[in-house]
Design a protein around this ligand. Structure first.
Ligand SMILES: *Cc1c(COP(=O)(O)O)cnc(C)c1O
Length: 434
């Protein structure tokens, strides 16, 4: 069932000599209908979303593992499993990925996790969020289809990632955001020099506007990374799954806690794990995927808890603006995955998000944006509820950098004391240890 009905549009960009490596076709997630690789995103039979199908390098897992390990320390080490040409690493792009998988022993002690707790810290990407991974794939598709302008609808992080990638690759960019985003995200989206347009409305309004623009001559020749290039874009999230498993020594984690905005990332992490199993790169054993939302924008978690298959749209009101998508396109697929793997979808309120940001900072020295507060907060809540098993290996995603969402913690964080520059004043402040 398609969550978002968007009419397929006729495209004019050339698809004659498309080289997107192992990508062989687009296939409809709902009815399985196959299409030639091109800048299309919805099935013209059933309106289901399209995703990339591959000729995967099945055969010798040891050789493939060695090839990957010999590759660059970025997402292109997985080029044989992505919709990109084989020489992708030679082209100008931001080379994101291969971020740290941090063994979080202090946080584990605090939360009572004994089976090993890890933070996959994607704040280390070039524009400080996981979005660089997906934009890198969309950029290659844009090159292949002959687009010269990169665009997107964004909750903030994507706009910055598109602006930066376009600047480096020599594309024009024009990106669209809700007008009321955090200053850090607005500045970050504007500094790379592309056009930045604030839309008076929510992200869902921005997204609807972009869908209209694509179908209009005004948007002709534009590659919208998360609309008409969405099938390619979405594949970038698989690299999170690949990296986590490789960094664990080619092993599946038992449990993953993943943030949900549109639900694309969670869906494609599952696709990536399934591919690793199919390729024989990891041992096939059960894993559970847990989805994390903010209470102020929790359409998927609400549906999960109510046992529904349909996700009812909400009007977002939360400090976790990067996750504030009230009508998540991949929501129903997230529900399927959480249920199939034995996971769950949970949400935390704004206060719990701030507390979790501080908990992660104070135990591991990692300053996460609000989305990281959501995943750490949900992890804590699910452990306390007995849903997440603390004796199992657990990977929690931090998908962005706290410097972009300072407003979330600024009201409750500041200097311990402000004093005159004298020893007496310092002694009086009561901070000396002897
Ligand atoms: C975009 C984003 C996500 C996930 O988005 P999906 O639409 O669910 O793929 C997660 N965290 C941050 C910080 C993001 O910007």
């Amino acid at each position: 069932m398609a969550a978002q009905i968007t009419a397929p549009t006729a495209q004019t960009a050339s698809t004659a000599s498309v080289d997107l490596g192992p990508a062989s076709a687009l296939s409809c997630r709902e009815c399985g209908e196959r299409f030639e690789l091109g800048p299309i995103f919805a099935c013209d039979q059933c309106f289901g979303p399209l995703e990339v199908a591959y000729d995967l390098p099945l055969g010798d897992p040891d050789a493939l593992r060695k090839q990957i390990e010999a590759g660059p320390a970025n997402v292109w080490r997985y080029a044989p499993l992505l919709p990109v040409p084989a020489d992708v690493a030679d082209k100008p792009n931001l080379n994101p990925g291969w971020t740290k998988l941090v063994k979080a022993d202090n946080l584990a002690r605090e939360l009572g996790v004994t089976g090993g707790l890890y933070i996959k810290d994607d704040s280390g990407n070039p524009t400080h969020s996981f979005k660089d991974r997906v934009v890198a794939q969309a950029l290659e598709a844009a090159r292949a289809f002959g687009f010269t302008t990169l665009s997107c609808s964004s909750t903030g992080n994507l706009a910055g990632a598109v602006g930066a990638a376009a600047a480096r690759a020599g594309f024009r960019s024009c990106v669209f955001i809700p007008h009321d985003l955090e200053q850090g995200k607005v500045v970050m989206a504007a500094v790379y020099g592309g056009e930045l347009v604030g839309i008076e409305g929510t992200y869902d309004d921005v997204n609807r506007f972009c869908s209209e623009l694509i179908g209009d001559p005004l948007g002709e020749g534009w590659g919208f990374v998360n609309v008409n290039l969405r099938p390619y874009y979405a594949e970038g999230s698989k690299t999170l799954a690949y990296e986590i498993c490789e960094q664990l020594g080619w092993r599946l984690p038992d449990q993953l806690v993943v943030p949900i905005a549109s639900g694309s990332q969670l869906t494609k992490i599952d696709k990536g794990l399934q591919e690793l199993i199919k390729l024989g790169l990891v041992e096939d054993r059960p894993y559970k995927i847990f989805g994390a939302q903010a209470e102020g924008c929790s359409p998927v978690s609400t549906a999960f808890k109510a046992g529904h298959d349909v996700v009812r749209p909400q009007k977002p009101d939360t400090i976790a603006k990067s996750l504030a998508i009230g009508n998540p396109a991949d929501g129903p697929y997230v529900l399927d995955i959480a249920r199939r793997t034995g996971g769950a979808v949970e949400d935390v309120d704004d206060e719990q998000i701030v507390d979790a940001i501080k908990l992660l900072a104070q135990t591991e020295g990692i300053f996460a944006e609000t989305a990281g507060g959501v995943t750490v907060g949900v992890t804590k809540k699910l452990i306390e509820a007995g849903v997440l098993d603390p004796s199992l290996t657990t990977v929690v995603l931090n998908t962005g950098d706290g410097l972009k969402t300072l407003d979330a913690v600024a009201p409750t964080t500041g200097p311990t004391a402000t004093i005159r520059p004298s020893l007496d004043a310092f002694r009086d402040a009561g901070l000396a240890t002897h």
